[in-house]
Design a protein. Structure first.
Length: 55
């Protein structure tokens, strides 16, 4: 996974990530995908999205 994000002045973290090309091995060979999440200071739960293709 590769991850990139920002940390805003109000304490919000915004992050995107993806499967690094060629990094998946064994049963996951060919895996591609990306996702994101956003979390604010003090937030207890975080919703993460992840879309992928295995092939």
């Amino acid at each position: 996974m590769r991850q990139s994000g920002t940390f805003d002045e109000d304490g919000t973290i915004r992050c995107t990530f993806d499967v690094a090309p060629g990094s998946a091995t064994a049963a996951l060979t060919g895996l591609t995908g990306d996702g994101s999440y956003e979390v604010r200071h003090g937030q207890e739960k975080v919703a993460v999205t992840f879309s992928y293709t295995l092939g």
